[in-house]
Ligand binder design. Structure first.
Ligand SMILES: *Cc1c(COP(=O)(O)O)cnc(C)c1O
Length: 414
């Protein structure tokens, strides 16, 4: 960081403060993670200098011999990791990847089924004010308010009624296993294309900790920066028959030059994810989430669906007389970071909803295990039960920091 320190003090200092925040606090936002130093080296490399519109072997600019090597490695590794027939590694992030899939396989105005945002869906799955909701006729399925789980009979009924051209499964705030095979059967009944968005769970799916949709689904996409622990970005996997349409939609349909520094970072991350240690890591994410959920329940927290099968949980704070926003802000002051979240059937506003969402990918990267989950649940309980006790919050902040410094973050030396 010596060059930036010399020439741009303001940015340098903000990065240094952010390093300290990341090292001294507990990161529970389930979509976040700490990527490896090797991935960061690739992302911060001279590859950022290169333009490479097109695909390996078919570029619009010269000087591509090394870029093609890198992009081909990223493609081959992703194919191997997920068992996919075809992979596009160029999407800048998850939202552009989803937009490219819709652009490739749908006409504007076509009917698509996606999970409602406040039931755990993503903004790119048909939120009315988002591009997806404006360009396509999204009909939204829901979770059962009693069980917190997707009712597949209702999904089937809605599919038979609305005859969608595509069904989207895979979510942002859904803590349970997804019945991929059942989705595929329903889609086949109505002749719909199946699209899985495994942005949150890709690391668990790549290692077999959760079931993969790849054998069943026509198209599967994921971000690379969540449980997969790679750089910010996304990839699209699909059956060979959709390959041309997907590639054309990404470039030149939606994007120009791919970010080859990020693609190199993806290749490095896929390599890491194929190692046996990564499978152990993914298993520990799930164990930690399960343990954290059970500990929170002991403190009388109400979990949507009463637990988790994945890396994340959604907590309804109504019985604690605290809103999601109050909880997020109080926990922020002690160095515990999570996000306020709507719950299924949300009676409040999305800016101050009834719930919080939390997960274990980042803390597991630091090597935290079940005993640390117990401490975390205890601190969360103390803060939420004493939401205005700032003396107690100060004391907890010190305890949090002391524990965190025993678990280094990759790439941060304090
Ligand atoms: C995170 C996420 C995305 C979008 O990813 P960005 O990189 O933030 O654009 C898409 N779908 C789901 C389900 C996600 O969780």
């Amino acid at each position: 960081m010596s060059a930036i320190q010399k020439q741009d003090q303001k940015i340098y200092e903000a990065i240094e403060r952010e390093k300290k925040r990341q090292a001294e606090g507990i990161e529970l936002i389930p979509s976040e993670n700490y990527t490896s130093e090797a991935v960061m080296e690739a992302c911060g490399s001279i590859l950022t200098n290169k333009y490479s519109e097109g695909y390996p072997g078919k570029r619009y600019y010269g000087g591509q011999e090394n870029i093609d090597t890198i992009e081909n490695l990223a493609i081959d590794r992703a194919k191997q990791l997920f068992g996919a027939e075809h992979v596009n590694v160029q999407p800048y992030s998850g939202s552009p990847a989803n937009t490219a899939i819709y652009f490739a396989l749908l006409e504007f105005g076509d009917t698509v089924m996606g999970l409602k945002l406040e039931h755990g869906g993503h903004i790119t799955h048909g939120l009315p004010i988002a591009f997806s909701g404006k360009a396509y006729n999204f009909v939204q399925y829901e979770v059962d308010l009693e069980t917190g789980r997707i009712d597949m009979d209702k999904v089937r009924k809605l599919a038979l009624e609305s005859k969608p051209k595509m069904i989207v499964a895979g979510y942002t705030a859904y803590p349970r296993d997804i019945e991929w095979k059942r989705f595929k059967e329903i889609a086949d009944e109505v002749g719909a294309i199946t699209m899985a968005d495994i942005s949150h769970t890709a690391g668990l799916i790549a290692t077999g900790v959760l079931e993969s949709p790849v054998p069943y689904f026509d198209v599967v996409m994921t971000t690379t920066h969540k449980t997969l622990r790679g750089p910010r970005g996304a990839i699209i996997l699909c059956k060979e028959k959709f390959a041309k349409d997907i590639d054309r939609a990404v470039f030149p349909g939606l994007q120009g030059g791919p970010h080859e520094n990020a693609i190199a970072g993806k290749a490095v991350a896929f390599h890491e994810a194929m190692r046996p240690e990564f499978k152990e890591y993914a298993e520990q994410i799930k164990k930690n989430a399960h343990h954290l959920a059970e500990e929170l329940k002991k403190h009388d927290f109400k979990l949507i669906s009463d637990g988790t099968d994945t890396h994340l949980m959604l907590v309804d704070l109504t019985n604690k007389n605290v809103t999601g926003k109050q909880a997020q802000e109080a926990l922020d002051t002690v160095g515990i970071t999570l996000n306020k979240n709507t719950i299924p059937g949300e009676p409040r506003s999305p800016f101050d909803p009834s719930g919080i969402r939390l997960g274990t990918p980042a803390v597991t990267t630091r090597g935290m295990k079940e005993s640390e989950m117990e401490k975390i649940a205890d601190w969360i309980n103390k803060v939420i039960s004493n939401i205005e006790d700032t003396d107690l919050h100060k004391q907890i902040k010190e305890e949090v920091k002391e524990m965190c410094l025993k678990f280094p973050v990759p790439g941060i030396k304090i």
